[in-house]
Design a protein around this ligand. Structure first.
Ligand code: PLP
Length: 454
Protein backbone atom coordinates (compact mmCIF):
# COMPACT_ATOMS: atom_id res chain seq x y z
CA UNK A 1 0.00 0.00 0.00
CA UNK A 2 1.42 3.39 -0.91
CA UNK A 3 1.26 6.21 1.57
CA UNK A 4 -1.03 8.12 -0.73
CA UNK A 5 -3.68 5.44 -0.50
CA UNK A 6 -3.78 5.88 3.26
CA UNK A 7 -5.18 9.30 2.63
CA UNK A 8 -8.93 9.71 2.91
CA UNK A 9 -8.83 12.23 0.09
CA UNK A 10 -11.56 10.38 -1.78
CA UNK A 11 -13.92 11.14 1.07
CA UNK A 12 -13.54 14.88 0.52
CA UNK A 13 -14.44 17.33 -2.18
CA UNK A 14 -11.54 19.66 -2.79
CA UNK A 15 -11.73 22.92 -4.73
CA UNK A 16 -10.40 22.84 -8.27
CA UNK A 17 -8.03 25.27 -9.86
CA UNK A 18 -10.44 26.86 -12.30
CA UNK A 19 -12.77 27.83 -9.45
CA UNK A 20 -10.23 29.45 -7.15
CA UNK A 21 -6.93 30.00 -8.94
CA UNK A 22 -5.91 31.60 -12.21
CA UNK A 23 -3.52 28.87 -13.32
CA UNK A 24 -0.47 29.56 -15.40
CA UNK A 25 -0.15 26.87 -18.05
CA UNK A 26 3.54 26.26 -18.45
CA UNK A 27 5.03 25.96 -15.00
CA UNK A 28 8.21 24.21 -16.15
CA UNK A 29 9.25 27.23 -18.20
CA UNK A 30 8.82 29.72 -15.42
CA UNK A 31 11.88 29.01 -13.37
CA UNK A 32 14.20 26.40 -11.99
CA UNK A 33 13.20 24.37 -9.00
CA UNK A 34 15.40 22.33 -6.73
CA UNK A 35 12.88 19.55 -7.30
CA UNK A 36 14.05 18.84 -10.83
CA UNK A 37 12.73 15.31 -10.75
CA UNK A 38 9.37 16.26 -9.36
CA UNK A 39 6.62 14.35 -11.04
CA UNK A 40 4.81 16.02 -13.92
CA UNK A 41 1.67 15.19 -11.98
CA UNK A 42 2.51 18.24 -9.93
CA UNK A 43 1.78 20.40 -12.92
CA UNK A 44 -1.53 22.09 -12.25
CA UNK A 45 -4.28 22.24 -14.85
CA UNK A 46 -7.54 24.18 -14.65
CA UNK A 47 -9.40 20.95 -13.93
CA UNK A 48 -7.08 19.52 -11.31
CA UNK A 49 -7.77 20.00 -7.63
CA UNK A 50 -5.92 22.73 -5.79
CA UNK A 51 -3.07 21.93 -3.50
CA UNK A 52 -5.27 22.80 -0.55
CA UNK A 53 -3.07 23.46 2.48
CA UNK A 54 -5.57 25.62 4.31
CA UNK A 55 -7.36 23.06 6.48
CA UNK A 56 -6.07 24.97 9.52
CA UNK A 57 -8.39 27.79 8.52
CA UNK A 58 -11.33 26.05 6.87
CA UNK A 59 -11.27 22.28 6.46
CA UNK A 60 -12.35 20.78 3.14
CA UNK A 61 -15.88 19.47 2.64
CA UNK A 62 -16.40 15.80 3.61
CA UNK A 63 -18.66 13.90 1.21
CA UNK A 64 -20.36 12.33 4.22
CA UNK A 65 -21.33 15.78 5.49
CA UNK A 66 -23.06 16.55 2.20
CA UNK A 67 -25.02 13.30 2.50
CA UNK A 68 -26.06 13.92 6.11
CA UNK A 69 -27.04 17.54 5.51
CA UNK A 70 -29.16 16.46 2.53
CA UNK A 71 -30.82 13.81 4.71
CA UNK A 72 -31.71 16.43 7.30
CA UNK A 73 -33.13 18.72 4.60
CA UNK A 74 -35.23 15.82 3.38
CA UNK A 75 -36.51 15.01 6.87
CA UNK A 76 -37.30 18.64 7.46
CA UNK A 77 -39.17 18.82 4.12
CA UNK A 78 -41.14 15.62 4.66
CA UNK A 79 -41.71 15.48 8.39
CA UNK A 80 -41.13 19.03 9.61
CA UNK A 81 -41.71 19.27 13.37
CA UNK A 82 -42.07 15.49 13.64
CA UNK A 83 -38.36 15.22 12.87
CA UNK A 84 -37.64 16.15 16.46
CA UNK A 85 -39.01 12.81 17.63
CA UNK A 86 -39.27 10.48 14.60
CA UNK A 87 -36.37 10.36 12.26
CA UNK A 88 -35.93 7.86 9.42
CA UNK A 89 -32.13 7.90 9.89
CA UNK A 90 -32.22 7.39 13.65
CA UNK A 91 -31.19 10.92 14.55
CA UNK A 92 -34.29 12.55 16.07
CA UNK A 93 -33.33 16.19 16.44
CA UNK A 94 -33.94 16.28 20.19
CA UNK A 95 -31.24 13.60 20.54
CA UNK A 96 -29.06 14.46 17.55
CA UNK A 97 -26.03 15.23 19.73
CA UNK A 98 -26.07 11.80 21.38
CA UNK A 99 -24.24 10.40 18.37
CA UNK A 100 -21.80 13.31 18.24
CA UNK A 101 -20.60 13.69 21.84
CA UNK A 102 -18.83 10.30 22.05
CA UNK A 103 -16.88 10.96 18.84
CA UNK A 104 -16.02 14.47 19.95
CA UNK A 105 -14.92 13.14 23.34
CA UNK A 106 -12.62 10.63 21.66
CA UNK A 107 -10.97 13.41 19.63
CA UNK A 108 -10.16 15.52 22.71
CA UNK A 109 -9.41 12.69 25.15
CA UNK A 110 -12.41 13.13 27.42
CA UNK A 111 -15.44 11.28 28.71
CA UNK A 112 -18.59 11.94 26.67
CA UNK A 113 -20.21 13.65 29.70
CA UNK A 114 -17.29 16.09 29.79
CA UNK A 115 -17.91 17.49 26.32
CA UNK A 116 -20.68 19.56 24.87
CA UNK A 117 -21.23 20.52 21.24
CA UNK A 118 -22.86 23.92 21.09
CA UNK A 119 -22.79 27.46 19.79
CA UNK A 120 -19.64 29.14 18.57
CA UNK A 121 -16.11 29.39 19.85
CA UNK A 122 -15.91 32.97 21.07
CA UNK A 123 -19.33 32.80 22.71
CA UNK A 124 -18.34 29.57 24.48
CA UNK A 125 -15.04 31.14 25.54
CA UNK A 126 -16.99 33.94 27.21
CA UNK A 127 -19.37 31.47 28.78
CA UNK A 128 -16.53 29.42 30.25
CA UNK A 129 -14.78 32.56 31.50
CA UNK A 130 -18.00 33.77 33.12
CA UNK A 131 -18.10 30.45 34.88
CA UNK A 132 -14.44 29.95 35.78
CA UNK A 133 -12.80 33.38 35.91
CA UNK A 134 -13.52 34.51 39.47
CA UNK A 135 -10.99 37.21 40.21
CA UNK A 136 -10.31 38.46 43.74
CA UNK A 137 -8.24 41.50 44.68
CA UNK A 138 -5.20 39.22 45.21
CA UNK A 139 -5.71 36.72 42.43
CA UNK A 140 -7.13 38.30 39.30
CA UNK A 141 -4.62 37.96 36.47
CA UNK A 142 -4.93 35.99 33.25
CA UNK A 143 -1.82 34.42 31.77
CA UNK A 144 -1.91 33.89 28.00
CA UNK A 145 0.37 33.77 24.98
CA UNK A 146 1.48 37.01 23.34
CA UNK A 147 -0.25 37.53 19.98
CA UNK A 148 -3.17 35.32 20.89
CA UNK A 149 -5.86 35.14 18.23
CA UNK A 150 -7.57 38.57 18.23
CA UNK A 151 -10.96 37.23 19.32
CA UNK A 152 -9.31 35.73 22.40
CA UNK A 153 -7.46 38.97 23.13
CA UNK A 154 -10.71 40.93 22.95
CA UNK A 155 -12.49 38.35 25.08
CA UNK A 156 -9.78 38.42 27.77
CA UNK A 157 -9.63 42.23 27.84
CA UNK A 158 -13.40 42.64 28.02
CA UNK A 159 -13.72 40.01 30.74
CA UNK A 160 -11.15 41.63 33.02
CA UNK A 161 -12.69 45.06 32.36
CA UNK A 162 -16.11 43.76 33.31
CA UNK A 163 -14.62 42.83 36.67
CA UNK A 164 -13.17 46.33 37.05
CA UNK A 165 -9.54 45.51 36.25
CA UNK A 166 -7.19 47.13 33.79
CA UNK A 167 -6.13 44.72 31.01
CA UNK A 168 -2.64 46.25 31.02
CA UNK A 169 -2.18 45.06 34.59
CA UNK A 170 -4.43 42.01 34.65
CA UNK A 171 -3.30 40.27 31.47
CA UNK A 172 0.18 38.75 31.39
CA UNK A 173 1.37 37.77 27.93
CA UNK A 174 4.30 35.46 27.30
CA UNK A 175 6.03 35.69 23.95
CA UNK A 176 9.24 34.44 22.37
CA UNK A 177 12.51 35.93 23.57
CA UNK A 178 14.14 38.68 21.56
CA UNK A 179 15.31 37.29 18.23
CA UNK A 180 13.39 34.00 18.70
CA UNK A 181 10.13 32.93 17.14
CA UNK A 182 8.47 30.49 19.50
CA UNK A 183 7.94 30.46 23.24
CA UNK A 184 10.20 28.47 25.55
CA UNK A 185 8.48 26.05 27.85
CA UNK A 186 10.68 27.15 30.76
CA UNK A 187 9.56 30.76 30.31
CA UNK A 188 5.91 29.77 30.65
CA UNK A 189 6.54 27.54 33.66
CA UNK A 190 8.81 30.10 35.38
CA UNK A 191 6.17 32.80 34.99
CA UNK A 192 3.54 30.56 36.53
CA UNK A 193 5.91 29.70 39.37
CA UNK A 194 6.70 33.38 40.02
CA UNK A 195 3.33 35.02 39.44
CA UNK A 196 1.07 32.04 40.16
CA UNK A 197 -0.46 33.37 43.36
CA UNK A 198 -1.79 36.40 41.45
CA UNK A 199 -3.04 34.41 38.47
CA UNK A 200 -6.69 33.41 38.45
CA UNK A 201 -6.65 31.83 35.03
CA UNK A 202 -4.02 30.33 32.74
CA UNK A 203 -5.56 30.36 29.28
CA UNK A 204 -3.48 29.63 26.21
CA UNK A 205 -4.31 28.54 22.73
CA UNK A 206 -3.33 24.86 22.66
CA UNK A 207 -1.60 25.49 19.38
CA UNK A 208 -0.66 29.00 18.28
CA UNK A 209 -2.65 29.99 15.21
CA UNK A 210 0.26 32.17 14.12
CA UNK A 211 3.44 30.15 14.61
CA UNK A 212 1.87 26.69 14.77
CA UNK A 213 3.63 26.05 18.10
CA UNK A 214 1.92 23.35 20.14
CA UNK A 215 2.31 24.55 23.70
CA UNK A 216 3.33 21.97 26.31
CA UNK A 217 -0.23 21.52 27.51
CA UNK A 218 0.47 18.83 30.05
CA UNK A 219 3.26 20.63 31.93
CA UNK A 220 1.56 24.03 31.75
CA UNK A 221 -1.67 22.55 33.13
CA UNK A 222 0.17 20.72 35.89
CA UNK A 223 2.18 23.77 36.95
CA UNK A 224 -0.87 26.04 36.83
CA UNK A 225 -2.93 23.63 38.94
CA UNK A 226 -0.13 23.28 41.49
CA UNK A 227 -0.21 27.06 41.93
CA UNK A 228 -3.96 27.06 42.47
CA UNK A 229 -4.82 28.60 39.10
CA UNK A 230 -7.69 27.51 36.90
CA UNK A 231 -6.34 26.20 33.61
CA UNK A 232 -8.32 26.50 30.38
CA UNK A 233 -7.33 26.06 26.74
CA UNK A 234 -8.53 27.40 23.41
CA UNK A 235 -8.08 24.39 21.16
CA UNK A 236 -9.18 25.96 17.86
CA UNK A 237 -5.96 24.89 16.15
CA UNK A 238 -5.30 21.78 18.21
CA UNK A 239 -8.53 19.83 17.93
CA UNK A 240 -8.42 17.24 15.15
CA UNK A 241 -4.77 18.19 14.60
CA UNK A 242 -2.84 16.78 17.57
CA UNK A 243 -3.74 14.07 20.10
CA UNK A 244 -5.27 15.49 23.28
CA UNK A 245 -5.91 13.98 26.73
CA UNK A 246 -7.92 16.69 28.42
CA UNK A 247 -9.31 14.44 31.14
CA UNK A 248 -6.00 12.86 32.05
CA UNK A 249 -4.12 16.17 31.95
CA UNK A 250 -6.60 17.52 34.50
CA UNK A 251 -7.54 20.50 32.33
CA UNK A 252 -10.37 22.50 33.93
CA UNK A 253 -12.07 23.61 30.74
CA UNK A 254 -11.40 23.94 27.03
CA UNK A 255 -13.16 25.46 24.05
CA UNK A 256 -12.78 24.93 20.32
CA UNK A 257 -14.34 25.49 16.92
CA UNK A 258 -14.91 22.67 14.45
CA UNK A 259 -14.48 24.27 11.04
CA UNK A 260 -10.67 24.10 10.99
CA UNK A 261 -9.15 20.61 11.23
CA UNK A 262 -12.56 19.14 12.07
CA UNK A 263 -14.04 20.12 8.69
CA UNK A 264 -17.55 21.01 9.85
CA UNK A 265 -17.97 23.85 7.36
CA UNK A 266 -17.93 27.66 7.68
CA UNK A 267 -19.19 28.84 11.06
CA UNK A 268 -19.85 25.23 12.12
CA UNK A 269 -21.05 24.39 15.61
CA UNK A 270 -18.37 24.58 18.33
CA UNK A 271 -17.52 22.53 21.41
CA UNK A 272 -16.27 22.75 24.96
CA UNK A 273 -14.97 20.55 27.74
CA UNK A 274 -15.47 20.79 31.49
CA UNK A 275 -13.59 18.31 33.64
CA UNK A 276 -15.89 15.95 35.53
CA UNK A 277 -14.36 16.94 38.85
CA UNK A 278 -16.41 20.14 38.54
CA UNK A 279 -19.66 18.16 38.46
CA UNK A 280 -21.86 19.46 41.22
CA UNK A 281 -19.36 22.18 42.17
CA UNK A 282 -19.97 24.33 39.14
CA UNK A 283 -23.56 24.58 38.03
CA UNK A 284 -24.53 26.56 34.95
CA UNK A 285 -24.68 30.28 35.74
CA UNK A 286 -26.35 31.06 32.44
CA UNK A 287 -28.92 28.33 32.07
CA UNK A 288 -31.11 27.46 29.11
CA UNK A 289 -33.75 24.84 28.46
CA UNK A 290 -31.44 22.51 26.55
CA UNK A 291 -29.32 22.06 29.67
CA UNK A 292 -32.38 20.76 31.49
CA UNK A 293 -32.40 17.08 32.34
CA UNK A 294 -33.72 15.16 29.33
CA UNK A 295 -36.48 13.42 31.35
CA UNK A 296 -38.05 16.69 32.39
CA UNK A 297 -37.08 19.06 29.57
CA UNK A 298 -40.40 18.82 27.79
CA UNK A 299 -42.49 19.10 30.94
CA UNK A 300 -41.68 22.79 30.60
CA UNK A 301 -41.65 23.28 34.38
CA UNK A 302 -40.10 26.25 36.18
CA UNK A 303 -37.36 24.34 38.03
CA UNK A 304 -33.98 24.01 36.32
CA UNK A 305 -32.40 20.62 36.98
CA UNK A 306 -29.34 20.48 34.76
CA UNK A 307 -27.92 17.42 33.05
CA UNK A 308 -24.84 16.48 35.10
CA UNK A 309 -21.57 17.47 33.42
CA UNK A 310 -20.78 19.70 30.48
CA UNK A 311 -24.08 19.13 28.69
CA UNK A 312 -25.96 20.85 31.50
CA UNK A 313 -24.42 24.05 30.14
CA UNK A 314 -26.36 23.78 26.89
CA UNK A 315 -28.63 26.72 26.28
CA UNK A 316 -30.48 26.35 23.00
CA UNK A 317 -31.54 23.43 20.87
CA UNK A 318 -28.63 22.73 18.54
CA UNK A 319 -28.41 23.86 14.91
CA UNK A 320 -29.09 20.49 13.29
CA UNK A 321 -27.67 21.27 9.83
CA UNK A 322 -24.29 22.17 11.28
CA UNK A 323 -24.46 19.19 13.63
CA UNK A 324 -25.05 16.93 10.62
CA UNK A 325 -22.09 18.47 8.89
CA UNK A 326 -19.84 17.93 11.91
CA UNK A 327 -21.09 14.38 12.34
CA UNK A 328 -20.18 13.57 8.73
CA UNK A 329 -16.65 14.73 9.38
CA UNK A 330 -16.30 12.94 12.72
CA UNK A 331 -17.49 9.71 11.10
CA UNK A 332 -14.76 10.18 8.52
CA UNK A 333 -12.22 10.63 11.33
CA UNK A 334 -13.54 7.45 12.90
CA UNK A 335 -13.09 5.49 9.67
CA UNK A 336 -9.53 6.80 9.49
CA UNK A 337 -8.85 5.40 12.98
CA UNK A 338 -9.03 8.74 14.83
CA UNK A 339 -6.00 10.68 16.03
CA UNK A 340 -3.44 7.85 16.35
CA UNK A 341 -2.95 7.00 12.67
CA UNK A 342 -3.78 10.54 11.59
CA UNK A 343 -1.09 12.04 13.78
CA UNK A 344 1.42 9.58 12.36
CA UNK A 345 0.56 10.57 8.83
CA UNK A 346 0.49 14.23 9.82
CA UNK A 347 4.05 14.04 11.16
CA UNK A 348 5.18 12.35 7.95
CA UNK A 349 3.59 15.00 5.70
CA UNK A 350 4.71 18.02 7.72
CA UNK A 351 8.18 16.55 8.21
CA UNK A 352 8.45 16.04 4.47
CA UNK A 353 7.32 19.58 3.73
CA UNK A 354 9.87 20.92 6.21
CA UNK A 355 12.73 18.89 4.76
CA UNK A 356 11.90 20.02 1.21
CA UNK A 357 11.88 23.62 2.42
CA UNK A 358 15.25 23.08 4.07
CA UNK A 359 16.63 22.06 0.67
CA UNK A 360 15.47 25.29 -0.95
CA UNK A 361 18.15 27.81 -1.81
CA UNK A 362 15.78 30.49 -0.52
CA UNK A 363 15.57 28.97 2.97
CA UNK A 364 17.30 30.78 5.82
CA UNK A 365 17.60 29.29 9.33
CA UNK A 366 15.51 31.28 11.85
CA UNK A 367 18.53 32.65 13.70
CA UNK A 368 19.83 34.18 10.45
CA UNK A 369 16.49 35.58 9.31
CA UNK A 370 17.28 39.19 10.16
CA UNK A 371 20.48 39.09 8.07
CA UNK A 372 18.81 38.17 4.78
CA UNK A 373 18.72 40.95 2.19
CA UNK A 374 17.46 39.00 -0.86
CA UNK A 375 13.98 37.48 -1.04
CA UNK A 376 13.85 34.32 1.05
CA UNK A 377 12.02 32.70 3.93
CA UNK A 378 12.43 31.02 7.24
CA UNK A 379 10.17 28.72 9.26
CA UNK A 380 8.87 30.14 12.54
CA UNK A 381 7.22 26.88 13.63
CA UNK A 382 9.23 24.78 16.12
CA UNK A 383 11.27 22.04 14.41
CA UNK A 384 10.46 19.52 17.15
CA UNK A 385 7.47 17.47 15.89
CA UNK A 386 6.19 17.26 19.49
CA UNK A 387 5.97 21.05 19.61
CA UNK A 388 3.83 21.47 16.52
CA UNK A 389 0.93 19.98 14.59
CA UNK A 390 0.34 19.99 10.85
CA UNK A 391 1.04 23.64 10.20
CA UNK A 392 4.28 25.30 9.14
CA UNK A 393 4.39 29.09 9.28
CA UNK A 394 6.76 30.67 6.79
CA UNK A 395 8.17 34.13 7.48
CA UNK A 396 9.17 35.93 4.29
CA UNK A 397 12.29 38.02 4.16
CA UNK A 398 13.42 40.64 4.31
CA UNK A 399 10.52 41.44 6.61
CA UNK A 400 8.24 44.32 5.73
CA UNK A 401 9.28 44.45 2.06
CA UNK A 402 6.17 42.91 0.51
CA UNK A 403 7.79 39.59 -0.45
CA UNK A 404 5.03 37.65 1.27
CA UNK A 405 2.23 39.29 -0.74
CA UNK A 406 3.97 38.48 -4.01
CA UNK A 407 4.66 34.91 -2.98
CA UNK A 408 1.10 34.42 -1.80
CA UNK A 409 -0.31 35.65 -5.11
CA UNK A 410 2.29 33.62 -7.01
CA UNK A 411 1.52 30.39 -5.18
CA UNK A 412 -2.13 30.77 -6.00
CA UNK A 413 -1.25 30.97 -9.69
CA UNK A 414 0.24 27.50 -9.33
CA UNK A 415 -2.79 26.20 -7.50
CA UNK A 416 -1.26 26.22 -4.01
CA UNK A 417 -3.69 27.50 -1.38
CA UNK A 418 -2.37 28.50 2.01
CA UNK A 419 -3.28 31.60 3.94
CA UNK A 420 -1.53 34.84 4.62
CA UNK A 421 -1.04 36.61 7.91
CA UNK A 422 0.05 40.15 7.22
CA UNK A 423 2.64 41.47 6.90
CA UNK A 424 5.09 38.60 6.31
CA UNK A 425 3.69 35.16 7.13
CA UNK A 426 2.13 32.38 5.04
CA UNK A 427 0.74 29.35 6.86
CA UNK A 428 0.67 25.98 5.11
CA UNK A 429 -0.97 23.00 6.78
CA UNK A 430 -0.88 19.57 5.15
CA UNK A 431 -3.77 17.79 6.83
CA UNK A 432 -3.48 14.03 7.11
CA UNK A 433 -7.04 13.21 6.06
CA UNK A 434 -6.95 14.66 2.58
CA UNK A 435 -3.49 15.98 1.75
CA UNK A 436 -0.88 13.83 0.06
CA UNK A 437 2.85 13.73 -0.51
CA UNK A 438 2.23 15.16 -3.99
CA UNK A 439 0.57 18.19 -2.40
CA UNK A 440 3.60 18.73 -0.20
CA UNK A 441 5.99 18.34 -3.14
CA UNK A 442 3.99 20.79 -5.22
CA UNK A 443 3.96 23.39 -2.45
CA UNK A 444 7.75 23.20 -2.03
CA UNK A 445 8.36 23.23 -5.76
CA UNK A 446 6.15 26.20 -6.55
CA UNK A 447 7.39 28.20 -3.61
CA UNK A 448 10.84 27.95 -5.21
CA UNK A 449 9.48 28.78 -8.64
CA UNK A 450 7.74 31.88 -7.33
CA UNK A 451 10.69 33.10 -5.25
CA UNK A 452 13.02 32.60 -8.25
CA UNK A 453 10.73 34.76 -10.36
CA UNK A 454 10.80 37.77 -7.98
C1 PLP B 1 -10.29 30.43 14.61
C2 PLP B 1 -10.17 30.98 15.97
C3 PLP B 1 -11.18 31.76 16.54
C4 PLP B 1 -12.43 32.11 15.79
O1 PLP B 1 -13.51 32.35 16.66
P1 PLP B 1 -15.02 32.16 16.20
O2 PLP B 1 -15.78 32.50 17.44
O3 PLP B 1 -15.19 30.74 15.76
O4 PLP B 1 -15.28 33.09 15.06
C5 PLP B 1 -11.00 32.19 17.85
N1 PLP B 1 -9.88 31.90 18.55
C6 PLP B 1 -8.88 31.16 18.01
C7 PLP B 1 -7.67 30.84 18.82
C8 PLP B 1 -8.99 30.69 16.71
O5 PLP B 1 -7.98 29.99 16.17
Amino acid sequence: MTLTSESYRDEFILPDNKSVCAIKVEPEKQGESHLVHASSRLQPTPDSTCVYLCGNSLGACPKKSQVLIQEELNVWSKLAVEGHFHHPHGRPWTEVLDGVHPLMAEIVGAKPEEVCVMGTLTANLHLMMLQFYKPTSERYKILCEARAFPSDQYAFASQVQNHGFDPKDAIIEIGPREGEFWVREEDILDTIEKEGSKIALVLFGGLSYYTGQWFPMKSVTKTAKAKGCICGWDLAHAVGNVPLSLHEWDVDFAVWCTYKYLNSGPGGIAGFFIHEKWNGMETPKYAGWWGQSVDTRFQMGPKFTPIPGAQGFQQSNPAVLTVASLLGSLQTFKRAGMMGPLRKRSKMLTGKLESLFHQSKFFVPPEKASMRSDPGFTIITPPDPESRGAQLSLLFLPQGTGVMDKVFAGLKEWGVIGDDRKPDVIRLAPTPLYNTEEDVEAAAKYLDVVLASL
